[in-house]
Design a protein around this ligand. Structure first.
Ligand SMILES: Cc1cc2nc3c(=O)[nH]c(=O)nc-3n(C[C@H](O)[C@H](O)[C@H](O)COP(=O)(O)O)c2cc1C
Length: 330
């Protein structure tokens, strides 16, 4: 058992979280992670309406009686979704954990706290983590440059970002970006975090509701198979390397604007990748930790393996290094 301040405050068995994932964070995946003792998270905006989110929350509850969360991603948008209504669907659904990402959590916090909901705020800089702590969130998920999705514009990798944040953050903090196995989990604990958040690793599990070829592509890919798009627009996103992401980068390098890539990056195209298995239909998020992913396990097997191997690492390799000294080479 790996008990940490995160497992205590958020009421889960293992310090392993499945972060919100557009199109993939559905009931089946979130419930499988929670059922295995991790924290599964349903992605709010994957549901087309707040009413559909209510149903998805009910469906998740039918699949597990363990705690699960809902992700609310606040990104700049010309026509923003009805966030307040999504938030109300979460509250009415009796969900007890919310992951907020992308924007300032302050607007939503009073409503969520009044409903007894624990708020985990995901951000990519120490500055934003400190701000979120000040406004009263219950936990921080700090996302390094390695991550899938939006790593921010500072390019700080986890190896520096996590201990830098740990120095300032007093509430439970989990490390995100580049984590895929027990070694990462133990490293995160050593760096000052109280657990890990994983996206790409959970995207590549048996219960993940994306096409099998997507999972096989992740297994085939290495740590080099990502592209950073939207760099020139100050809204960087790390996505899988494919014909479309390479094209977007080319257009940006040639001085193109968002209008020039709008069609290529449309959400509907990305959805087609996951649902139809057409790998070059659009852009899809994936992180550098693809290079650490070599199989498609069930969530239960993945989490059990990570916890078991983490314990072996701590009590074996690391303990030998300290206790046995020069006699044992870890
Ligand atoms: C397919 C996919 C979709 C994602 N969509 C979202 C999202 O909608 N909101 C969000 O906060 N994070 C999103 N993320 C980021 C993850 O929650 C997580 O922070 C990230 O994947 C961590 O990096 P890793 O992939 O190296 O584990 C997404 C990640 C993936 C792989």
């Amino acid at each position: 058992m790996l008990r940490t301040r995160f497992t205590e405050v958020f009421g889960v068995e293992h310090p392993i979280v499945q972060g919100g994932m557009m199109w993939a964070g559905r009931a089946e995946l979130a419930a499988a992670v929670s059922q295995a003792g991790g924290l599964g998270i349903v992605t709010g905006l994957t549901q087309p309406t707040p009413a559909a989110l209510r149903e998805e929350i009910a469906r998740t509850r039918d699949l597990t009686d363990k705690p699960f969360g809902v992700n609310l991603t606040i990104l700049p948008s010309i026509s923003p979704p009805p966030y307040a209504e999504y938030r109300q669907a979460i509250i009415d659904g009796g969900v007890k954990i919310v992951e907020i990402a992308g924007g300032n959590p302050a607007t939503h916090l009073p409503y969520l706290k009044d409903a007894g909901i624990k708020v985990l705020h995901k951000c990519t800089s120490v500055k934003h983590a400190v701000k979120a702590q000040q406004v009263g969130v219950d936990g921080i998920s700090i996302d390094g440059f390695e991550c899938a999705g939006h790593p921010g514009e500072n390019d700080t990798p986890g190896l520096v970002l996590i201990p830098a944040a740990a120095r300032e953050i007093e509430i439970p903090m989990i490390a995100s970006g580049g984590f895929a196995d027990a070694r990462g989990l133990v490293a995160a604990l050593a760096l000052g975090a109280h657990g890990v958040n994983m996206g790409t690793r959970f995207l590549c599990t048996a219960e993940s509701p994306v096409a099998q070829v997507v999972k096989e592509q992740i297994v085939a890919n290495s740590e080099l198979d990502t592209q950073l798009i939207f760099r020139t627009m100050g809204n960087t996103a790390r996505v899988a390397d494919n014909a479309i992401s390479r094209r977007v980068v080319e257009i940006e390098r040639a001085g193109g604007t968002f209008d020039d890539v709008r069609d290529l990056v449309a959400g509907a195209r990305g959805r087609k990748v996951f649902e139809d298995g057409d790998l070059d239909a659009g852009i899809w998020s994936a992180g550098q930790c693809q290079g650490l992913i070599h199989d498609i396990p069930t969530c239960a097997d993945l989490i059990a393996r990570m916890v078991r191997e983490a314990e072996e690492l701590i009590t074996g390799r690391l303990t030998n290094a300290v206790v046995a000294g020069a006699g044992v080479r870890p």
